[in-house]
Design a protein around this ligand. Structure first.
Ligand code: DGJ
Length: 547
C-alpha cells in the first residue's frame, strides 16, 4: 500500500540526499536506479525513464527474419522497450568460444526502431529448467551435475550446489556483459538485465543431489544468520513467524532453526539459488554495472513448494532470504499470470523493493494495469508477455495508453516520490478508490457506476484504470479510461469544491495542446471529471473552492 507519510519538506531533503544529480545530467552515464523521495527512477541516457514495454515470446528474438514483421507492431503500440531473451546455448555453442553476431544485429535493429532492450539471461535456469544450457553442458552430467528430486531422479535442472556449474554460468554471463559494454556503452540500447528466469526447484521443494544433502546437514551460514539478526524488525511477517515458531534460534542446522517441513526445504534452496544468482550478477556488474533484477513465478494460494509452484524463487514470503543472499540484485519482480495484481504488488513493494512488472499475461486488462501500476506503485515499468502476438496493433488499448503515458511521463517523473502521483484500477468487484492529494480527497469510481454505458448491465465489467498527477495545488492531469472523479476539500470541509476547467489534449514537444474543452454533459455540468469506456483520454483539470 502507498504510504503517504513524508511531508514535502522531508521528501525534498530525502531526494537531495539520495538523488545522484550527476547521474541524471550525464548523458553518457550507464543506466542506473536512483531514489527520488519514496520512489525509484530508472535513469537512461541521463534522464528518468519509464519502461513502456513488452516481452517477446521465448523463441522470437533468435532471427532477423522472424523479427522483421515484429518491429513495426511494437512501434505501432508505442513501446519504448522490449524484453528479450539471450540464450546461453546460442552465445557459447562451444565452450569458451563466444558468438554475439546475431545479438549485435538484433540490437542494431532495436536501435533503428528507437527501442531500448532489457536482456533476459536464459543461462542456468529458465522456468526452473536448464533447457538453454549449451549442449556441452547438457551432455556432461558428471562435470555439470543436476538436481535430484525426493525419489533420487535427475532432472534437466543444473544444481546450484556445484562450483563447476556456477563457474560455467559466470564465464558466459561475464562474456555477455563484456560484449555489451564494448558494443553498446555509448548507445545504451540495453538498459537493464534479468539474470536467469523464474528460478525455482521442481518437482520437489528441495534438491536431493548429494552436494545439496551435505549442505542441508550443515549449520545455516553465519552470513544469513547475521542478516536475519540485524534486520529482525523489518523481516516480512510471514517469514518472521516461521523463525519465531522455533524460538528465534541464532545457530543450528536449517531444520533446527526453521523446523522440519517443505517450508524449510524452500528457505534452504532460496539461500543457495540467491547466492548463485548473486555471484553471476556480481561478475557481470563488475564488468558493466547495469541494473539487474530477478523475476518470480508466483505461488497460487495453498500450493505447495516444488509440487504446486517452483520452490524457492524470489517470492514475497522468502524475500528476506533473497535480499540477504543476493544484495547485488537491485529488485525482485513478479510475473503475473493470475489476477490479483494489488495483492501481489503490495507484497513485492515491501521493504522499499521497487516495482517492475516484466511479465503479465497479454490479456484485456493490461492497458488499465499499466496506468494503475505506474501511478499507484510508481513502477519502473510494465511489460505484457508475448507482445508480438497482438492481432491489431493499431487498435490495441495498451498502445493507446502507452502513448498517453509517454506524453505525461515528464509530469509523472517530476512529481514522483512526493505523494502527488496515483493510480486506480477498477472492475465490478472493486469499483471505487479514495485517496488524498494535498487538501483534496479524490473519490474515483468505475465509469459504469454512472450507468451511462450498456456495459454497466453486464455481469462482468471491463477492467478500467487511470494514472493521475497533481502538478500544482489545484491543477491535475490524468490519463485513463472508464473512470469518473469527484472531489472534496478535507482540510476545509466547509468549502465546496468546484471544477474550474477541464481540457482534453495532448503534449506536443512537451507543450500542452488543447484538443477539446470539456464541459456540459461531458462533466455532468461541472459535477465530475471523467473518461468513459473506450475513451482513452488525457485531460488537464483545475479545481477551486467556494463557500
Ligand atoms: C513465464 C516465463 O518467464 C516466460 O518465459 C514464459 O515461459 C511464460 N511463463 C509462458 O507463459
Amino acid at each position: 500500500m502507498k504510504i503517504r507519510i513524508l511531508s514535502l519538506l522531508v521528501c525534498f531533503t530525502l531526494s537531495s540526499l539520495f538523488t545522484d544529480v550527476s547521474a541524471q545530467k550525464n548523458n553518457s552515464s550507464i543506466p542506473s536506479l536512483v531514489k527520488q523521495g519514496n520512489a525509484y527512477n530508472l535513469i537512461v541516457d541521463g534522464k528518468p525513464f519509464i519502461i513502456l514495454g513488452g516481452e517477446l515470446g521465448n523463441s522470437s528474438f533468435t532471427s532477423l527474419e522472424y523479427m522483421k514483421p515484429v518491429w513495426p507492431k511494437l512501434k505501432m503500440m508505442n513501446l519504448n522497450t522490449v524484453l528479450v531473451p539471450v540464450y546461453w546455448e546460442l552465445i557459447e555453442p562451444v565452450e569458451g568460444k563466444f558468438e554475439f553476431d546475431l545479438y549485435d544485429k538484433l540490437i542494431k535493429e532495436a536501435r533503428n526502431n528507437n527501442l531500448k532492450l532489457v536482456l533476459l539471461w536464459f543461462g542456468s535456469w529458465k522456468n526452473s529448467m536448464s533447457s538453454h544450457a549449451p549442449a556441452w553442458v547438457k551432455k556432461d552430467q558428471q562435470r555439470f551435475p543436476r538436481v535430484k528430486d525426493n525419489n533420487g531422479k535427475s532432472h534437466e535442472i543444473l544444481t546450484p550446489f556445484s562450483e563447476e556449474n556456477l563457474n560455467a554460468d559466470i564465464k558466459a554471463f561475464a562474456a555477455l556483459m563484456k560484449h555489451i559494454k564494448a558494443f553498446d556503452q555509448k548507445n545504451h540500447t540495453v538498459i537493464m538485465i534479468q539474470p536467469e528466469n523464474e528460478i525455482g526447484m521442481l518437482p520437489s521443494a528441495k534438491d536431493y543431489n548429494p552436494l545439496a544433502n551435505k549442505k542441508f546437514q550443515e549449520s545455516v551460514p553465519l552470513e544469513l544468520m547475521h542478516y536475519l539478526i540485524k534486520n529482525k524488525e523489518k523481516l516480512v511477517p510471514e517469514f518472521k513467524e516461521v523463525w519465531a515458531k522455533n524460538g528465534f534460534k541464532e545457530s543450528g542446522t536449517w531444520e533446527e532453526i526453521f523446523g522440519k517441513g517443505t517450508h524449510t526445504d524452500e528457505i534452504f534452496m532460496a539461500w543457495y539459488f540467491s547466492k548463485f544468482t548473486d555471484a553471476v550478477a556480481k561478475a557481470g556488474k563488475e564488468i558493466f554495472p547495469l541494473p539487474m533484477y530477478v523475476n518470480a513465478a508466483l505461488n497460487r494460494p495453498g500450493a505447495k513448494p516444488g509440487l504446486g509452484y517452483p520452490s524457492a524463487g524470489p517470492l514475497p514470503h522468502i524475500m528476506d532470504i533473497w535480499k540477504a543472499g543476493a544484495p547485488t540484485i537491485d529488485f525482485l519482480s513478479p510475473d503475473f499470470y493470475f489476477p490479483n495484481i494489488k495483492h501481489w504488488s503490495d507484497l513485492f513493494t515491501r521493504q522499499g523493493n521497487p516495482l517492475f512488472i516484466p511479465e503479465h499475461a497479454f490479456d484485456k486488462t493490461v492497458a488499465a494495469k499499466a496506468a494503475f501500476t505506474i501511478g499507484h506503485y510508481e513502477a519502473i515499468g510494465f511489460s505484457p508477455f508475448s507482445i508480438e502476438s497482438v492481432k491489431e496493433p493499431e487498435n490495441e488499448p495498451l498502445g493507446k495508453i502507452y502513448k498517453m503515458i509517454d506524453q505525461i511521463t515528464p509530469l509523472v517523473i517530476s512529481n514522483r516520490g512526493q505523494n502527488k502521483v496515483e493510480g486506480v484500477l477498477f472492475d465490478k468487484e472493486n469499483k471505487e478508490s479514495v485517496f488524498r492529494f494535498g487538501d483534496y480527497e479524490f473519490t474515483v469510481k468505475h465509469s459504469n457506476t454512472l450507468g451511462y454505458d450498456a456495459d454497466a448491465k453486464n455481469e462482468v465489467w471491463e477492467t478500467t484504470g487511470a494514472l493521475i498527477v497533481q502538478t500544482n495545488q489545484n491543477e491535475f492531469y490524468f490519463i485513463g479510461f472508464g473512470v469518473v472523479l469527484t472531489f472534496k476539500n478535507i482540510r476545509h470541509p466547509e468549502l465546496n469544491v468546484g471544477i474550474l476547467k477541464v481540457d482534453e489534449g495532448k503534449f506536443e514537444n512537451n507543450k500542452w495542446k488543447v484538443i477539446r474543452h470539456l464541459n456540459g454533459d461531458q462533466t455532468h455540468q461541472g459535477r465530475h471529471v471523467r473518461a468513459l469506456l473506450n475513451e482513452y483520454s488525457l485531460q488537464r483539470f483545475e479545481l477551486y473552492n467556494y463557500e
